[in-house]
Design a protein around this ligand. Structure first.
Ligand code: C2E
Ligand code: MG
Ligand code: MG
Length: 712
């Protein structure tokens, strides 16, 4: 946490308290110093006052002694009585504090100094002498510790001499020391007690600081940290036991922190509730109530980890509804949703019936479902499950009173055999599902490594196909059609060719499918239609024949709903008469949604364009179809024609188709006539027109025009 590592509240408080303590310490030190200085000053002042007093006392005594001595010396000096002078001086010298005594005459010469070595008549030369001689009254002079008091002796207004007395100050008397001793002791005691009080004050402040820190730490910061811990790290419900215990203690407090904790607890509960709700919403598909892609991806990762540890096996089934877009387009999105929710229930039921523990189902996207499946003998169990799922999805659904038929393509992959992580497994299953689609839909495929290459090739082909028309790699070839009865050429089928610079001639069976899967077919189909119409218009313009051109139309072009407009545009642009254009649609293209197909085909036919059912018989939908969908002709599939001579059943079927079509007023065309025998049989059975290598191979537009001209 930032607060605990940086300058948190506690740190800041500690700084403040430490500063306070330092300040107090400094103040105490200053006070202590001041006090000592004051004590010293008191001592000095007291000392000097006493010294001044001692000097004054000494001076008074000196002056007293000197004046009294002077008064006694007047007469002996006048009389020249040396003995008296001598005795007087000696006596004075013995007085305490007196260090010298000088008696001098009017000329300033020493008469006596009270010592045995006195040298009478000697002049006074000491530094104080001149001032003493000059003085007319009692004069005191101080040098350091020495006091010189001189008193002139005057008689009959005549100075006859004088005396000088020198005194020195005594050492402090016992009395004085007695005065200073208690003072010192008193000062010492006062100082000590001051220091003690200051220490106590300091300790008091320190304890208050410690108490403040403790209070802050224990009563405020710790609960705040607990709260922060609860808020920050732990998702709701993941709080550590310790934090939770102190959390409960704090929650029962009857103060502001207690209020904070209670408010937090309410907030936490709210967050947990919301969190649960959001998770539920984020992980569930609202339409089907199944787990969604996110939930599935997360749980798959977990599952694989557990399985890896226990060496378990798992099948992942990728279910994609076939042509689900058609339901949305024709019945509306609400019906589409209804289809999805009904199907999800069915899939769930099938899965429940397998009694497989640990199986799971999720809606992965629009019309995609994923099933995780675990079983003994996983491969065969999975194929049984896939079959059951496909069968169940195939059963008609009742939507708004209408029956809806759907199919599903299923891709299956196995963990750990095909892949051992979620992303790769999903990719594999998707590839296998795609292969199931390619294989004709409504079936299942197991993933195999070979599929990867197929997918790569397909992706590559798709990239190459994009823009191939603009690069001029695509062209339209024409295969002539003939009246079987008289061998007259009736028209030609336009067949798309792709001459790739590197791959060579790519067969339409390969690239048409790629174009359909990638959605390129719409654009390509328009080009072919425009080109074919333009070419046919040019043939007719050149020789005036009434040839038609027959253009293949993919189921996707029909379903997009744009076919009538595309056809009209091609006709108008080329100037070709509508009757000269035939459209070839496969049975399955029409079968998917008869209602929509009928509407669109009726619009096309209304202009005069003819519609033929191509590859008739392969998807064998039943001839009843022919009555419901408005068509003008059927093209019997090559596979029947190929065996018409060898297989009596095929001959019978072909004959039945011809008879039935004729009874409905529909033209019959045979494709893939490779031998004269086939031609003869078909003509004999009444087949109207034919097309095949024996009659004419697909050729370029120019070759075809040449052939037309040859035949004329
Ligand atoms: P389809 O519409 O059934 O076209 C007839 C196919 O039979 C052509 O194959 C043609 O070359 C081939 N064929 C004709 N006579 C004989 C014969 O006597 N023996 C044999 N073995 N084959 C014969 P092609 O050109 O390879 O086209 C294959 C399929 O590709 C077409 O089948 C058609 O479904 C699709 N296709 C071709 N061009 C287009 C197109 O422009 N648009 C769409 N949507 N599909 C096209
Ligand atoms: Mg065709
Ligand atoms: Mg055909």
């Amino acid at each position: 946490m930032a607060a605990s590592s940086g300058h948190g509240l506690r740190g800041q408080l500690l700084y403040v308290l430490a500063a306070l303590l330092l300040l107090l310490l400094a103040a105490t030190a200053v006070l202590w110093r001041e006090e000592r200085a004051m004590h010293a000053e008191v001592r000095t002042l007291t000392g000097s006052a006493m010294a001044a007093l001692a000097r004054e006392t000494l001076q008074r005594r000196g002056e007293q002694l000197a004046t009294s001595f002077a008064s006694r010396m007047a007469t002996p000096i006048t009389a020249g009585d040396r003995t008296v002078i001598e005795d007087g001086a000696r006596a004075l010298r013995h007085q305490p504090e007196v260090v010298y005594v000088i008696v001098y005459d009017a000329g300033g010469r020493i008469l006596d100094d009270g010592t045995a070595m006195a040298q009478p008549g000697r002049a006074m030369v000491d530094p104080l002498a001149s001032a003493a001689l000059a003085a007319t009254t009692t004069t005191s002079q101080w040098t350091d510790n020495l006091l010189d008091v001189s008193v002139p002796i005057v008689q009959a207004q005549q100075r006859i001499g004088g005396v000088r007395v020198g005194l020195v100050g005594r050492r402090p008397s016992a009395e004085e020391t007695q005065i200073l001793g208690p003072l010192n002791r008193h000062l010492e005691r006062a100082g000590f007690s001051h220091r003690m009080w200051m220490l106590i004050a300091l300790l008091g402040v320190a304890s208050v600081c410690a108490a403040a820190v403790w209070l802050l730490e224990w009563r405020i910061l710790r609960p705040i940290r607990t709260l922060a811990g609860l808020l920050a790290g732990n998702e709701p419900g993941q709080t550590a036991g310790l934090a939770l215990a102190s959390h409960h203690r704090d929650e029962n407090r009857q103060d502001e922190i207690g209020d904070l904790f209670r408010a937090f607890e309410r907030m936490r509960e709210g967050v947990i509730r919301h969190d649960r709700e959001i998770r539920r919403m984020a992980y569930t598909d609202p339409l089907t109530g199944l787990a969604n892609r996110l939930a599935f991806s997360e749980s798959l990762d977990d599952r694989l980890l557990t399985l890896q540890a226990s060496s378990g096996e798992l099948a992942l089934l990728f279910i994609d509804l076939d042509d689900f877009k058609r339901v949305n387009d024709t019945l509306g999105h609400e019906s589409g949703d209804e289809v999805l929710s009904q199907l999800s229930v069915r899939v769930r039921l099938i899965l429940e019936q397998t009694n497989s523990l640990g199986s799971e189902i999720a809606r992965f996207g629009g019309d995609e479902f994923i099933v995780l499946y675990m079983a003994e003998d996983i491969r065969s169990a999975s194929s049984r499950l896939a079959e059951a799922l496909i069968e169940e999805i195939q059963r008609p659904l009742l939507i708004d009173g209408k029956q809806v038929f759907l199919g599903a393509s299923v891709g299956i992959t196995f963990f750990p055999f095909d892949a051992n992580h979620a992303g790769q497994l999903l990719k594999n299953a998707d590839i296998a599902m795609y292969q199931a689609k390619v294989a004709g839909k409504n079936c299942y495929r197991f993933y195999s490594r070979a599929m990867d290459q197929a997918v790569e090739r397909r992706v590559h082909l798709e990239q190459e196909l994009r823009g191939a028309w603009d690069r001029g790699e695509l062209s339209v070839a024409y295969q002539p059609l003939f009246h079987l009865a008289d061998g007259r050429m009736t028209g030609a089928e336009a067949l798309l060719r792709w001459q790739h610079p590197r791959l060579g001639l790519v067969p339409p069976s390969v690239f048409v499918e790629v174009a359909e899967q990638s959605g390129l077919i719409g654009q390509l189909g328009r080009h072919v239609l425009d080109q074919a119409c333009a070419d046919a218009a040019s043939w007719i313009a050149r020789d005036g024949s009434k040839l038609f051109v027959s253009v293949n139309v993919s189921s996707q072009q029909l379903r997009s709903g744009e076919l009538p407009e595309v056809v009209t545009h091609a006709l108008r642009h080329s100037g070709l008469a509508a009757a000269q254009l035939h459209l070839e649609l496969t049975e399955t293209a029409v079968l998917g949604d008869e209602v929509q197909a009928s509407v669109l085909l009726s619009r096309v036919r209304a202009n005069g364009v003819k519609v033929w059912l191509d590859d008739f018989g392969t998807g064998f939908s039943g001839l009843s179809h022919l009555r419901r969908v408005p068509i003008d002709g059927v093209k019997i599939d090559r596979s029947f024609v190929a065996d018409v001579l060898r297989d009596p059943d095929d001959l019978a079927l072909t004959s039945a188709i011809i008879a039935m079509a004729h009874s409905l007023g529909i033209t019959v065309v045979a494709e893939g006539i490779e031998t004269e025998g086939q031609y003869a049989v078909l003509r004999e059975r009444g087949c109207d027109q034919g097309q095949g290598f024996w009659l004419g191979r697909p050729m370029t537009g120019e070759d075809f025009l040449r052939k037309v001209q040859e035949l004329q």
